[in-house]
Design a protein around this ligand. Structure first.
Ligand code: GTQ
Ligand code: FE2
Length: 326
């Protein structure tokens, strides 16, 4: 075997006469041979993930949040939320690879302090009357069936002028921000942002009636991959694809898989979702996480609306998107 001499200004010449020498040298140089086997390989044949298909039941989490009401003060905690942590060992908080969800509750009379962060956020309002969000100074109602957007970098806080605790589901792209590392977070200087305007008709709010009206004229999918479906356009938060689909009682969708990571939230109705080998029976407010490439299909048992948030737009933009019926 030929001997290669490496000139190193910082030290003596190193002679590499054997593979052992070579590996000692690659370690010293902070490079790693691309040809060696490793515990976590660099390539694999098709998408695989540590994330597991998981369901969370709104009723159960809501009861826990109700108990948290007297124990946690939002003025101190900032948000009274319970995060839907995907239950695989070592996972910190993510729900799927790029997205995280949490159920949140605010009590009548409370105001949750304003802040802003790089992560884009949205809320699917489950049970709320009289609560509101303030997004960049604009106060907008958060009522049952609404979907509220908080694009990254926008100040936002929440308040409640109603009589009953208000519940919703938050969805954010924090795991993606952690991956790419552009995180900024700032508390509002005076804690509570002044309300500059009040708008029921806000670009940050898809109100329940508008969503239902959109679904009334939505076309059904000839391939039966989904029910009649609308896309919620959110150009300020391009990391997330947002849709709402309607499933009439007894309607099924075809079993499919895609590279996108998806989270379904039951806005209305009941039914079940098969993911891989598992079947999750759901009702209003429940959440189902579908990691990349897991085959899934829905079947409703009453008229239902399913909200879906996914990283499909990212997958498409990067030319990573693939899907098939299985
Ligand atoms: O309401 O601003 O569930 O910043 C997680 C992070 C909610 C919020 C969450 C947040 C919020
Ligand atoms: Fe936030």
């Amino acid at each position: 075997m030929d001997t290669v001499m490496i000139k190193d200004n910082a030290g003596p010449q190193t002679e590499i006469a054997s593979l052992d020498d070579l590996y000692r040298e690659t370690e010293r140089l902070e490079v790693t041979p691309g040809w060696v086997g490793r515990d976590r390989p660099i390539f694999w044949k098709e998408p695989r993930t540590d994330f597991v298909p998981t369901q969370w039941r709104y009723r159960q989490v809501r009861d826990a949040l109700a108990s948290a009401g007297t124990l946690i003060d939002v003025a101190l905690a900032e948000r009274r939320n319970l995060i839907l942590r995907n239950p695989f060992p070592g996972n910190n908080f993510a729900t799927v690879r790029t997205l995280v969800c949490a159920y949140q509750m605010i009590l009548p009379g409370e105001v949750a302090p304003s802040h802003r962060h790089s992560a884009h956020a949205l809320r699917v309002i489950l049970d709320a009357k009289g609560s509101y969000s303030v997004v960049n100074g604009e106060k907008t109602p958060m009522a049952s069936g609404d979907i509220i957007l908080t694009p990254g970098g926008h100040w936002h806080g929440h308040g409640h002028e109603g009589a009953e605790p208000a519940y919703w589901l938050d969805g954010l792209d924090i795991p993606l921000v952690h991956l790419m590392e552009p995180m900024f977070f700032e508390e509002y200087p005076d804690k509570y942002e002044k309300i500059a305007s009040v708008a029921a008709d806000s670009r940050f709010r898809f109100c329940r009636d508008a969503i239902l009206a959109g679904l009334d004229t939505a076309k059904s999918d000839p391939e039966e991959g989904h029910g009649p479906r609308i896309t919620l356009e959110a150009p300020d938060m391009p990391t997330m694809g947002l849709t709402v689909e309607r499933l009439g009682s007894g309607q099924r969708t075809r079993r499919q898989r895609s590279t996108a990571n998806r989270i379904f939230v039951v806005m209305e109705g009941s039914g079940e979702t098969k993911v891989g080998e598992e079947t999750f029976a759901w009702q209003k407010g429940d959440t189902v996480a579908i990691p990349t490439w897991a085959p899934f299909s829905h079947q409703s048992t009453s008229d239902s609306q399913l909200f879906c948030m996914s990283d499909e737009p990212l997958m498409r933009a990067f030319k990573y998107y693939r899907s098939e019926f299985v």
